[in-house]
Design a protein around this ligand. Structure first.
Ligand code: NDP
Length: 826
């Protein structure tokens, strides 16, 4: 036998990792209690649930089943702890977080083995990927704790955070949630998934080891219906962070709507894996293995749709089949195993059901010739070819090791096929032509795009979705903003709460000192209808009516009549009619959204061009400063000087966003790999917005300017009470080279119009500055397509104040971060 024979006949022998230390650890502690206020306590229900080892179907441990009484206790502990943790200096928090990272490394093998046994994933993955990334998250965020005061000035922690995580990366999801929360000074109540609690319980022990102050981290195991729902509805929780299915995410959006709780949702996906014909096919094959058979395909960003350029489809498919034949599936604790078990019998049945449906729908299924172990919950790697893009398996998240392949001919077709999904979490692009790859990457509607690589994660680079994959980012600096809020907001909210009891809100106070009843010259200005001028010619004297200026809607760059054929009167503070505007309806909103979509080329234009147009708008507004000031006086009854200052602030605001248009660009991350991650700030798309009643011009400009500066197109419902300042802007837009459809304005009753916008599937985000009830309605309705929302909950802002009325908060709400991973080297 020569070396070649040996090489070709070589077989893997078993390389088992011992479960003994982990089993001993479990034995000494079970049944496990709940971790509240740094103590192990018995569940109020006295009930326990089994955690099963999916690789053999046998019970592994008993964990406590918490109920709402335990949730109350944990939230109370977290609230009490927040009093001091929220004020603890960043450096002190950084030290704790550094210690947590070190302890995770010290217990890394125990954590890896526990994770493998509890979840069914291979030890190779838990040991080499999950646990090292967990430690990295705590190190990275220790840095942000240290830098918070200098890098996020003016921000403070949100408070008590409820965090709900899934079973596919149990400890990693915990780290993604807890690390940024603690770094920013919040306290936490976390619920692990019911199938996979064990590493979270070991993590709780680590909290004791590092001496984290009591109540900062609380961990409640148990069922969704008892713990998850109670957390979501708890009145003393300030934010919910959730990772899991889109359906549950949608129900959480609905349950929290109008409550003022901050929310971030990381949901499902059906991510495309695009292969062009010049790609290195051997690398592609390994990429596919990592994309869809990593963690048995139970990965939210799994590359589950293989889109292949037609001329190489056959050769790639045969290479893939050869590779699948060699994949090793079996005991997750065997270090030579590629694929482990599916997490639960329910998940296995769901995969089987969808695969049968794929076969019934006419797709061609291929599986390797070897058989899966009969004990435990296993499913073989599966490839579907001949798949029609509209079939169930091409659209629905299977969350198992099932790849569906389709073909395309041109890059344009590849992008269209890739974006043909309600999700938008991730995508991979494979081509040796970097120009092609970097041309395609920005066109993909996905939060992460991997060029010639896949499933890359790092704490430095934010992760999160578009569309029904949720909103909010985890990781990177952008992820920190999910756990803070502007300090002024807290004061403003407190004043507004006092207002509910008879005091005055911050926003009203801002306007208050400036209010006066109009008289004399102003009075004439105030009543447009009364402003009939004396006209005298050749001894004949008559009164000449001013030319009627009933503004229409502004859609696609044109002034159009309202579909309803109705107008509404606009009054001054003395309840005199000063004009009319169109009464917008559902049809007007639909037309406006269509126009905004048609103008999507705005995002692709240069930032320089957008800046130029914003400067031009400022210039044209300045020319008409006096006229706009009079209009404000007329609508609000405020003194002229005060109105001038509103117009001047609006001009300055246009300048600010013209300045930002080519500067709010993103960053380049250097994660620990040979390559870079380009974190690009992208426009969100079409933003629906309802403007505040206070400051009719400034409120309008303060919302429209940042959105369009960042490349969005907008459908604006101006102030219901004082819309005339916004409708006067039509002429400013028309003379400033603003392309048709970038700004569309529909006047009328705010809430019914916003309901249509919030329900609309083609609106990507919704901003609402109005009542508390309207805010709730918008959040509820947005659950339809999981659009991002930004609402005021009925609280007023002082729009004149630069801290409240402009800046990074507005730019952040106007953008989403796309991370494009570009490894380099041959
Ligand atoms: P879920 O979304 O049901 O569960 C995720 C987490 O939310 C778990 O901790 C769960 O608790 C909890 N939860 C469930 N319902 C509620 C609720 N109404 N209120 C509050 N918390 C709740 O995912 P599943 O585990 O059921 O998996 C189903 C599908 O979800 C998968 O097939 C996959 O398609 C998708 N999924 C996506 C993930 C992602 O990373 N994007 C991760 C996991 C699943 P409990 O465990 O007690 O049920």
């Amino acid at each position: 036998m020569n070396v070649m024979d040996i090489f070709e006949t070589m077989e893997y022998g078993p390389a088992p990792e011992s479960p003994a230390p982990a089993l001993q650890w479990i034995k000494e502690r079970q049944p496990f209690g709940l971790f509240i206020n740094n103590q192990w306590v018995k569940p109020a229900s006295a009930q326990y649930i089994d955690s099963i080892n999916p690789s053999n179907g046998k019970p592994l441990a008993q964990v406590a089943a918490a109920n709402s009484a335990d949730v109350d206790a944990a939230v109370a502990a977290a609230r009490a702890a927040f009093e001091s943790w929220g004020k603890t200096p960043g450096h002190v928090r950084a030290r704790y977080m550094y210690a947590i990272a070190r302890h995770i490394q010290k217990h890394s093998r125990l954590l890896a083995v526990l994770e493998s046994m509890d979840n069914g994933k291979s030890i190779r993955e838990t040991r080499d990927l999950d646990i090292p990334l967990v430690a990295r998250h705590f190190y990275y965020h220790a840095g942000w704790a240290q830098l918070m005061s200098s890098e996020l000035p003016g921000y403070e922690p949100v408070g008590v955070v409820g965090q709900i995580i899934p079973w596919n990366f149990p400890l990693l999801m915990l780290a993604w949630k807890i690390a940024p929360a603690l770094a920013m000074g919040n306290t936490v109540v976390l619920k692990p998934a019911r199938y996979t609690s064990l590493t979270a319980l070991k993590f709780a022990e680590i909290m004791q080891e590092v001496g984290l102050p009591a109540g900062v981290v609380n961990i409640l195991t148990g069922e969704a219906s008892q713990v998850g729902e109670a957390l979501v509805r708890h009145p003393d929780i300030n934010k919910i962070a959730f990772t899991g299915s889109t359906d549950v995410g949608r129900s959480i959006r609905r349950a929290t709507a109008g409550s003022g709780k901050k929310l971030s949702l990381e949901l499902g996906g059906k991510s495309p894996f695009i292969v062009f014909d010049d790609a290195d096919l051997d690398s592609v094959v390994e990429g596919v293995v990592d994309a869809i058979w990593f963690n048995q395909g139970q990965v939210c960003c799994a590359g589950s749709r293989l889109l292949v350029q037609e001329d190489i489809a056959d050769s790639l498919n045969s290479k893939l089949r050869a590779r699948m034949e060699k994949l090793r599936l079996g005991d997750p604790l065997d270090k030579a195993v590629d694929m482990g078990a599916i997490v639960s019998p329910g998940q296995l049945e769901e995969i089987q059901r969808l695969v049968s449906q794929g076969v019934e729908e006419g797709a061609e299924m291929w599986q390797p010739s070897w058989a899966c172990p009969t004990e435990g919950y296993f499913f073989p790697p599966t490839l579907f070819t001949n798949v029609a893009p509209a079939t169930t398996i091409a659209q629905v998240e299977i969350f198992g090791p099932v790849l569906v392949a389709m073909t395309f001919r041109t890059p344009t077709e590849a992008v269209a096929l890739a974006n043909n999904t309600r999700y938008g979490l991730a995508a991979s692009v494979w081509s040796e032509n970097i120009n092609l790859a970097l041309d395609v990457a920005p066109k993909l509607k996905a939060g992460s795009v991997w060029v010639n690589c896949t499933n890359m994660f790092d704490a430095s680079s934010g992760f999160g979705g578009y569309r029904e994959s949720g909103f909010g980012r985890e990781g990177g600096k952008e992820g920190l903003y999910e756990y803070v809020r502007p300090a002024w907001e807290n004061q403003s909210l407190m004043k507004a709460a006092a207002h509910a009891n008879g005091a005055v809100s911050a926003g009203e106070k801002a306007v208050e000192g400036t209010q006066s009843v109009v008289s004399g010259e102003d009075d004439e200005q105030a009543n447009g209808h009364a402003a009939w001028q004396l006209y005298s010619d050749k001894g004949f004297t008559a009164t000449l009516p001013s030319i009627d200026r009933t503004p229409k809607m502004f859609i696609k760059g044109k002034q159009v009549r309202p579909d309803s054929g109705y107008s509404r009167d606009i009054y001054d503070p003395q309840h005199r009619v000063i004009g009319q505007v169109g009464e917008g309806n559902r049809k007007d909103i639909r037309n406006a959204v269509e126009a905004a979509h048609a103008a999507s080329g705005w995002a692709a234009g240069t930032t320089h061009n957008r800046a130029q147009i914003l400067y031009y708008m400022a210039e044209n507004l300045a020319v008409r400063e006096e006229e706009f000031a009079h209009r404000i006086v007329q609508q609000s009854g405020r003194p002229y000087a005060d109105a001038v200052s509103e117009v001047q602030t609006a001009i300055s605001r246009l300048f600010s966003y013209a300045a930002w248009a080519d500067k709010y660009e993103g960053v380049v991350h250097r994660p620990p790999l040979r390559g870079v991650v380009l974190a690009m700030n992208e426009a969100i798309g079409v933003i629906g917005m309802a403007c505040p009643d206070e400051y009719p011009l400034l409120g309008f400009i303060s919302l429209v300017a940042p959105a369009v500066a960042m490349g969005n197109t907008v459908v604006v419902v101006p102030s219901q009470r004082s819309p005339l300042s916004a409708t006067d802007c039509y002429q400013v837009f028309e003379t400033s080279d603003l392309p048709d459809g970038v700004v569309n304005i529909v006047t009328g009753e705010r809430d019914p119009l916003c309901q249509v916008l919030a329900d609309h599937d083609d609106v990507d985000a919704m901003w609402y500055f109005g009542s508390a009830e309207g805010s709730k309605m918008v959040e509820l309705a947005s659950a339809g397509n999981m659009k991002r929302t930004w609402v005021s909950y009925g609280y007023a802002r002082n729009w004149l104040d630069a801290e409240q009325g402009e800046g990074e908060e507005f730019l952040r709400e106007s953008t989403q971060v796309k991370n494009i991973w570009v490894p380099y080297g041959e």
